[in-house]
Design a protein around this ligand. Structure first.
Ligand code: FAD
Length: 407
């Protein structure tokens, strides 16, 4: 068990990272094939400003936490395009009651307007409707493999980029294929990886005054995972878990009398001995391939060895473990689009590719009206990879649909 980093050092590390990122983002002359890692970890990087050798290692490990939100390794991110977005700033926030509350309100509104919501229907394909009067025919499949044809004047497709990459030719079969521009953007824009594991306990054995903390690995993080001098071996769960920084959210925070902001949040009102841990890209796919209980045990043991506890504290085992499986789930196949990668850049992807991903399509009908519109995080130039991007693109395409339908 280790002591937490001194708060003055921790704040210096965070400040250095923010300054270094801002410097890197303003470098507009970088070669598209230079990586974010090469600049961020260069000896002259502001990441290491006024830090001792040990602190510099901590700074590198902290920088690796960026891979969690990005869903891609720093070595793969194209320096040329890093930070081009004009996205919402600030920290994450949760919806009180969970996202179900938002979905429920949306469903109520759709029904109030005379609409219908169907779930459990996989969209198999979308084609121009027969009869030459415009519109689209949509074929869906339910849980019992029962197909259902639908007809509509237009559709807004919010199928994730990863699924479009795998199925765009069957979703939009020839001769009503998507335009070459969109197809190119679909195939070459990178999709990232990110997972979560939730450990629930009967009692919180860790400190309950802090809602989120980061557990930095104890190896040198300047090198990509495969090249680091650790004892990690393919398939060694404990070594995999130890090799990456873990960002942990604790739901066990006890409200305090002075903590007016936290006490208004649902978590603070209903503390629960639960930890949520983000599983970053270098290890998520391997961890999601393993048994939930095994991964839970490995993450628990690691946290128990690293988090400070009082000598008399008994560290109980989790009573419930939930591990995501998004990298293999056929409806997500990973996380979201990532910052532009070197591979994508080499293939001709740039920020305008997100415009192409959101461009309406006529399904090969020459001079025809747009009948398929596209929304989803991957169609947002400024807010890709976030709920904000999904919502913003939904509003954009909703307005476009209303205009096209002359509502
Ligand atoms: C671990 C993790 C943590 C994240 N944390 C944050 C965060 O803190 N803040 C933030 O802003 N963003 C976060 N994100 C990103 C955010 O969740 C996404 O950007 C957002 O959910 C994208 O919304 P979407 O509607 O574009 O796609 P999705 O939410 O993926 O919705 C697409 C839907 O299409 C369905 N679908 C797929 N194929 C078919 C088909 N053939 N037929 C019918 N339906 C189909 C899927 O089942 C899914 O329901 C996180 C993502 C991950 C993975």
């Amino acid at each position: 068990m280790l002591r937490p980093l001194d708060s003055e050092i921790a704040s210096r590390l965070s400040k250095n990272l923010a300054i270094a990122l801002s410097a890197v983002a303003s470098n507009t002359s970088a070669e598209p094939t230079s990586s974010l890692a090469s600049e961020l970890f260069s000896p002259s990087s502001q990441l290491f400003n006024t830090l001792s050798t040990t602190e510099q290692i901590h700074a590198s490990t902290l920088a690796r936490t960026l891979e969690i939100g990005m869903g891609v390794r720093l070595e793969d991110v194209s320096l040329r395009w890093f930070g081009y977005e004009d996205s919402a700033k600030g920290t994450d926030a949760g919806v009180v009651g969970g996202y179900d509350v938002v979905i429920q309100k949306l469903v109520e509104e759709v029904k109030r307007l005379g609409g219908e919501v169907r779930v459990g229907q996989k969209v198999e394909n979308v084609k121009p409707a027969d009869g030459g009067e415009g519109g689209v025919a949509i074929s869906t499949k339910g849980a019992n493999d029962d197909t259902k044809p639908l007809q509509s004047r237009l559709v807004i497709c919010t199928i994730p980029l990863s699924i479009l990459q795998q199925t765009h030719t069957s979703l939009f079969p020839s001769p009503s294929s998507l335009s070459p521009r969109k197809t190119h953007a679909i195939i070459n824009t990178h999709v990232g990886q990110l997972g979560k594991i939730v450990l629930s306990y009967s009692d919180a054995w860790w400190g309950t005054t802090v809602g989120a903390f980061t557990v930095l690995p104890q190896n040198d993080q300047q090198k990509p995972l495969g090249e680091r001098k650790t004892d990690e071996k393919e398939g060694d769960l404990d070594a995999l878990v130890r090799s990456v920084p873990l960002v942990v959210a604790s739901f066990a925070v006890q409200p305090t009398l002075t903590d007016t902001v936290a006490s208004t949040t649902a978590t603070a009102r209903n503390p629960h001995p639960t930890l949520l841990i983000y599983l970053p890209v270098p290890v998520v796919s391997q961890l999601e391939s393993r048994l939930e209980s095994e991964v839970g045990k490995a993450v628990h043991s690691y946290l128990a060895s690293r988090l400070p506890t009082s000598p008399s504290q008994i560290v109980s085992m989790p009573v419930k473990t939930v591990l995501t499986n998004w990298s293999h789930d056929p409806y997500s196949l990973g996380a979201t689009s990532t910052p532009l990668t070197i591979g994508a850049t080499r293939a001709g992807i740039n920020p305008t590719s997100f415009i192409d991903l959101g461009r309406p399509e006529t399904l090969g009908v020459e001079g025809g009206a747009s009948t398929v519109l596209f929304a989803g995080e991957h169609t947002s130039v400024n807010s890709r990879g976030s709920v904000a991007g999904a919502v913003e693109s939904g509003i954009r395409e909703g307005r476009r649909a209303a205009g096209l339908l002359q509502l």
